[in-house]
Design a protein around this ligand. Structure first.
Ligand code: PAF
Length: 273
C-alpha cells in the first residue's frame, strides 16, 4: 500500500482516503461519494480496530460482510480497498499509541476511556500507510471527528480532514452498523435519540436558553422506554466539548444511549435565534 501510494504521489496523482470498519450502510456510501468527487484515486480501508474496543464491548460480534462491502465499494467507484489484518497493524511487540490530552475526556470518552486512543492510533497508522492528501470522516461521530482534526493539526499531518453530514433512515434514526443489532421492538426506543435532538432544536427555536431544560426534556423522552439506558446527554461547546449552561451561541447536543445492549450515539448542532 505504501509503495503504491508513493508511486501515485510521484506521478502527481492525489489520493483521497475513507477509513471504515466495514459493514456498509448509506452513511459509508456518502463518505465514498464525497471522496470520489475529490481526488484522482479513492482508497478505502476496512479494519475492525481492536484497539478502540473495551474489554466488554462488541469486538467479537461486530457485524461483517466483506463480500457485500467490496461490491458496494466497487459500485461507488472506489479504486482500492485496503483490508489489513490485526497481526499486520499490531504485530507482537507493538507498543506505540497516540492520545490527546483533553478532548477525549468528555462525552463518549467518559464511558469508553480507551476508545479515542485506539481511534487516533489506528488513524495515524492508516494515514502513514495510505498517504492520502485528504481523508473523509462522518459527522455522526462528532467527537471522533473533532479529535482527529485536532491530532492532524497538533502533529502536522499533511492531510486535509473533510467531514460529511450524518445520513439518517427515513424515520430519522442515524445510520450505524450497530443498528443491525436492534430488534423491531427496539426501533422506537432507538428513535428517541433523534426525537430528543429535534425537540431540543424546537425548544431553542421557541427561545429556551437553559441547557438544563433541554437535557431534562431529552432524558424524559429517552427514559419513557424501559429498555433504554442513558450513557450521557450533553449540551457542549462544539470546539472544546466543555458543558454549556446557557445557550447563546451554536452548541453541540450529543448523546449516547443503550437500547438493550446496543449503544447508539447521535448529535446535532443547535443554533439559537
Ligand atoms: O469511525 C470508524 O469507523 C472508526 O472509528 C475509524 C475512523 C475507521 C477508525 O477505526
Amino acid at each position: 500500500m505504501q509503495e503504491h501510494a508513493d508511486k501515485q504521489r510521484q506521478s502527481g496523482k492525489t489520493i483521497t482516503f475513507v477509513p471504515t470498519m466495514g459493514f456498509f450502510h448509506d452513511g459509508h456510501l456518502s463518505l465514498m461519494q464525497k471522496g470520489r468527487k475529490m481526488g484522482d484515486e479513492l482508497v478505502l480501508s476496512i479494519f475492525v480496530n481492536p484497539a478502540q474496543f473495551g474489554p466488554n464491548e462488541d469486538l467479537d460480534t461486530y457485524p461483517k460482510n466483506l463480500e457485500r462491502d467490496l461490491e458496494l465499494a466497487e459500485q461507488q467507484g472506489v479504486d482500492i480497498v485496503y483490508t489489513p489484518d490485526t497481526e499486520l497493524l499490531y504485530p507482537e511487540g507493538y507498543q506505540t499509541f497516540v492520545s490527546l490530552e483533553t478532548l477525549p475526556n468528555f462525552l463518549c470518552g467518559i464511558s469508553r476511556p480507551l476508545f479515542f486512543r485506539g481511534v487516533t492510533t489506528v488513524v495515524t497508522k492508516l494515514l502513514n500507510i495510505v498517504k492520502p492528501h485528504a481523508a473523509v470522516l462522518g459527522e455522526k461521530d462528532f467527537q471522533q471527528l473533532a479529535i482527529v482534526k485536532q491530532m492532524v493539526k497538533d502533529l502536522n499531518f499533511d492531510v486535509e480532514i473533510i467531514s460529511v453530514p450524518t445520513v439518517r433512515e427515513p424515520d430519522g434514526l442515524a445510520m450505524s452498523s450497530r443498528n443491525s443489532y436492534l430488534t423491531p421492538e427496539q426501533r422506537p426506543c432507538a428513535l428517541t435519540l433523534y426525537q430528543s435532538l429535534c425537540r431540543a432544536r424546537d425548544l431553542i427555536e421557541e427561545g429556551t436558553t437553559r441547557a438544563a431544560e433541554i437535557l431534562e426534556s431529552a432524558a424524559r423522552l429517552v427514559t419513557s422506554y424501559p429498555e433504554t439506558e442513558i450513557d450521557y446527554i450533553a449540551v457542549s461547546d462544539p470546539v472544546t466539548l466543555v458543558d454549556i449552561e446557557t445557550i447563546d451561541n451554536p452548541v453541540l447536543m450529543a448523546m449516547a444511549v443503550k437500547v438493550g445492549s446496543t449503544r447508539l450515539i447521535d448529535n446535532m448542532i443547535l443554533t439559537p435565534q
